[in-house]
Design a protein around this ligand. Structure first.
Ligand code: NAP
Length: 264
């Protein structure tokens, strides 16, 4: 039975096993494939991933915090997206070789209500999730500006990925705003930590918050109240997970089954 898993540290909170098992069940593959969670300590990471690739029991893994960069570094082959972003969230094990991909980029684009080609976007953050968002958006011709708490990181990331750093963004000027910072994860007030005000949104905008918890985030609640379209982190989780599952199985998973599982 080919194994799949999410690997990270910690991973107990991850919704991926339930979501991916729901997709496998809907595809009629649940008897054939199994998807679990492996918590790997930092000192064991390289040896464990090498063993997973060699033993042949696992077809691949999703990679989460804090291993996305380390996962790419271990790959024998990597997609253009993974290489440009500098991180992998999907590894496939093929004949002992490790193939890296990054489906956070495609997952973000698929979670949007329309493709923002030619539009203006503000990406908040400069970590791994921001790099995936910036690369994906620049790749389809979006004009991207990047704000980060530590401005030097925004400048470095923007320079590398073809975007522009911005110190004091005016939120209403953007067609798309993507929060990739961890703000909100521990209940922080986004309007205290991010360069946005609760009344800075407008109806034609799309606002994405990659952070997810129980119910809509304070950021998305304010955006929705202003009439903007909103996309939550669970939708992006579903879309990136569906792309990963397609890479491993070759099958097209049911987004509805995956959404139902993450909202359960
Ligand atoms: P990361 O590399 O650690 O980056 C964290 C980012 O958050 C940095 O830009 C950091 O700014 C910023 N930040 C943290 N605390 C802040 C605060 N109090 N005020 C302002 N900025 C703050 O993490 P990551 O891998 O990019 O992930 C970021 C978030 O996206 C996580 O919550 C993760 O769960 C989520 N995510 C969701 C999905 C999904 O499918 N929904 C996919 C990927 C990631 P500094 O540079 O100044 O430290």
């Amino acid at each position: 039975m080919p194994g799949l898993a999410v690997i990270g540290h910690p991973v107990a909170h991850s919704r991926s096993p339930e979501m991916q098992m729901a997709a496998l069940t809907e595809l009629g593959l649940a008897g054939e494939w199994i998807y679990g969670a492996l918590d790997i300590a930092p000192e064991d990471f390289e040896a464990e991933v090498a063993a997973l690739a060699l033993e042949g029991e696992y077809a691949g893994v999703n990679v989460t915090v804090p291993y996305k960069e380390a996962a790419l570094a271990m790959a024998d082959e990597a997609s253009e997206a993974a290489r440009a972003i500098g991180a992998a969230n999907t590894l496939s094990f093929r004949d002992g070789r490790i193939v890296a991909d990054n489906t956070d980029a495609g997952g973000l684009l698929r979670s949007l209500p329309h493709l923002p080609e030619g539009e203006r976007a503000l990406v908040l953050g400069a970590g791994g999730a921001a790099r995936a968002a910036i690369w994906a958006l620049v790749d389809i011709g979006v004009e991207v500006e990047v704000w980060n708490r530590t401005p030097e990181r925004a400048e470095a990331v923007a320079r590398q990925l073809g975007a522009r750093a911005v110190a004091e963004p005016v939120a209403a000027e953007y067609d798309l705003i993507v929060n990739t910072t961890a703000v909100g994860l521990a209940g922080e007030d986004p309007f205290e930590h991010l360069p946005l005000a609760a009344d800075s949104f407008r109806p034609e905008q799309v606002v994405v918050d990659m952070v997810y918890g129980e119910g809509p985030s304070a950021l998305l609640a304010a955006a929705a109240a202003a009439g903007a379209s909103t996309v939550d982190g669970l939708e992006m989780l579903v879309q990136q997970g569906a792309l990963s599952l397609r890479i491993w199985t070759g099958a097209e998973p049911s987004l509805e089954a995956m959404r139902a599982a993450v909202h359960r």
